[in-house]
Ligand binder design. Structure first.
Ligand code: 5AD
Ligand code: SF4
Length: 347
């Protein structure tokens, strides 16, 4: 396996069967996983040093028109307590975030039908005017190409739209009421055309997903060359059809993150909240697999628990914007520190 890992490190590509072998071995043999992660960390350090970028995450609304089988915000979950921030509340989050040192704001929400262009454009423009030196990232799901273009012109720099599954059948099984994988990918391509730094990604261990499916995800990432890649374990939510499914495993999640780092050495890869929820040391384990971004929660504390895409989602301590000291301390313990710059994609 050592040879395969070194080949991946040098050439940033491997064929599908080699990737499959590597993933299988990395989850069965701790020496292989260790060597893979060490190699990924070396690659990340060449690009980013020991700095970890931070992004302030603002969860605008947990209303969602979609019905993704895995997610606690799905429209059929009538037990979810819904909320929506006002523009003033969002701006107050930005003000607090800027004061704390954040230079990227991530505006994330379910696909809330009230988030029309008319509602969003003045908000994005206002944030752009108030904080000319901060990056604006949107994570608002599938929209029209025209809308993506207008939001970009209003000042948004980046857009997160996980592809969720590169295999069309798996995608359809997880999103039986969605518009399909082809539409999802056409949105990602529209975002690329509009000049965004684009984030793709997927969960690890979701129902029906095999190692072969993950290999298809890796090949898609290699083909699309996204600037950002979000990867976390699937975590069951009690009020969804996948409530009784097991969570994704740590070893497969870390192996996948490490391989993505080697495929895309310049990519911005968060150590996700899902990983930090799976195990208490998840955030640092992600960084020690090649991740280089953390996204603390900047949402008002009154709504934080309501943005429950899965059970027991971490939003306090080092996951919270006001817990930056705790995060700095966690990073310090593994030899890293917070990098407060914007952290744009650079080749
Ligand atoms: N477990 C882990 N990740 C989830 N997501 C949604 N539901 C879950 C879950 N139950 C991920 C999806 C989505 C992102 C916002 O969170 O990949 O794109
Ligand atoms: Fe809505 Fe996103 Fe949850 Fe799907 S994953 S139900 S789009 S919030």
């Amino acid at each position: 396996m050592k040879e395969l890992i070194e080949q991946l490190e040098r050439h940033h590509t491997l064929d599908a069967s080699a990737l499959e072998q590597l993933l299988e071995h990395a989850t069965q043999d701790s020496d292989t996983l260790h060597y893979l992660r060490t190699t990924a960390v070396r690659t990340a350090r060449k690009q980013f040093g020991l700095g970890i970028y931070v992004r302030g995450l603002i969860e605008l609304s947990n209303y969602c028109r979609c019905n993704c089988l895995y997610c606690g915000l799905r429209r059929s979950n009538h037990t979810a307590e819904r909320y929506r921030l006002t523009q003033e509340e969002v701006l107050a989050c930005c003000e607090e975030g800027y004061r704390l040192g954040f230079r990227t704001f991530v505006l994330q929400a379910g696909e809330d039908a009230t988030h029309t262009d008319e509602w969003l454009l003045p908000l994005v423009s206002e944030i752009r005017n108030r904080y000319p030196d901060a990056a604006i990232t949107l994570s608002l799901g599938e929209r029209s190409e025209a809308s993506y273009i207008k939001l970009r012109q209003a000042g948004a720099d980046r857009y997160l739209l996980r592809h969720e599954a590169a295999n069309a059948e798996l995608y359809a099984s997880l999103h039986p009421y969605g518009r399909g994988l082809a539409h999802r990918l056409s949105c990602a391509e529209a975002l690329q055309r509009a000049g965004y730094q684009v984030g793709l990604g997927m969960m690890i261990g979701v129902k029906g997903q095999t190692v072969k499916h993950i290999v298809e995800d890796l090949k898609l990432l290699e083909r699309m060359q996204p600037e950002m890649v979000g990867i976390g374990p699937f975590l069951p939510h009690p009020a969804t059809p996948l409530c009784d499914e097991p969570a994704g495993t740590l070893s497969l999640t870390l192996a996948t993150i490490a391989i993505v780092r080697l495929l895309l050495p310049h990519a911005l890869i968060p150590s996700t909240t899902a990983l930090a929820t799976l195990i208490p040391t998840g955030r640092t384990e992600g960084i020690l697999s090649g991740a280089n971004v953390v996204m603390p929660n900047l949402s008002p504390s009154s709504v934080r628990a309501k943005y429950a895409i899965y059970e027991n989602k971490a939003s306090w301590g080092a996951e919270a914007a006001e817990g930056l000291a705790a995060l700095e301390n966690e990073l310090h313990n593994i030899g890293y520190h917070i990098d407060y710059t914007r952290g744009d994609f650079q080749r």
